[in-house]
Design a protein around this ligand. Structure first.
Ligand code: SF4
Length: 237
């Protein structure tokens, strides 16, 4: 088995409920999508990064794990593009008693199910229609997969939270419908967080919009938070 890695580095979580915590990041190469606000464009081509035999990739990750490595985040690109290899690498990390974290747009629930058993912390990212992630004609299939991934993660008892990136282009009505769909699945389950993440440096939403998005989630989940990307502020990768 082979895997294409874009980079491995230790830094600070800039997003989500683990915001501000130290992490070893394993960035997988490749993402077939095209969110207009994407900040990892270098890792989008499937031929970006370097291809390794899986054993060599394990050695690289093993060599990067230090005594004070507290968790390993599999990110991208989108790690689900190489789900078989990610499952293998995450299993390797867990054998060392280090928690694993998956960040994905959850575009394929079958691939997600393959990786999930070796993951401890899950971010299920939901894309709004305005994100540019997929063509409008494919959006409902994307949403169906994201909802299935959410159900799988919650059903497996993993620490699971939701992230939605919003921009000045995100309509409140559209956002509200998405939130309704999400909580039809999440219901009263033990969600670990709901993060509304404003875009940074491009089509930034204003405060009025952000508060409207917050108010759309709060009736379902009062732990909702608006959290900007920390790494953009502190200049971390
Ligand atoms: S899914 Fe993530 S990596 Fe892919 S284009 Fe969108 S923001 Fe970038």
């Amino acid at each position: 088995m082979k895997v294409r890695l874009y980079e491995i580095f230790t830094s600070v979580e800039g997003e989500g409920i683990l915001f501000g915590t130290k992490t070893l990041f394993v960035r997988l190469a490749g993402c077939p999508f095209k969110c207009f606000y994407c900040d990892t464009k270098g890792a989008l081509p499937v031929e970006s990064g370097t291809e390794y035999e899986i054993g060599d990739a394990k050695k690289l990750i093993g060599d990067s794990i230090e005594r004070n490595t507290y968790k390993v985040n599999f990110t991208g690109g989108d790690p689900l593009l190489q789900s078989e290899a990610v499952a293998e690498l995450a299993g390797f990390v867990r054998e060392r008693k280090i928690p694993t974290y998956l960040e994905s747009s959850c575009f394929d629930s079958a691939r997600f199910a393959q990786v999930l058993p070796n993951i401890d912390l899950v971010k299920v990212e939901f894309k709004t229609r305005d994100s540019g992630f997929v063509e409008e004609a494919h959006y409902s299939r994307l949403l169906e997969n994201e909802l299935q991934c959410l159900a799988l993660a919650l059903g497996s008892g993993k620490t699971t939270y939701i992230k939605v990136v919003v921009s000045s282009r995100t309509g409140l009505g559209e956002f509200g419908s998405l939130v309704g769909e999400i909580f039809r699945v999440a219901g009263g389950s033990a969600l670990a967080g709901f993060i509304i993440q404003p875009t940074h440096g491009i089509a930034e939403p204003d405060l009025k919009q952000l508060l409207g998005f917050y108010d759309a989630v709060y009736p379902y989940y009062n732990g909702v938070r608006i959290v900007p990307q920390l790494h953009k502020i502190i200049g971390a990768p």
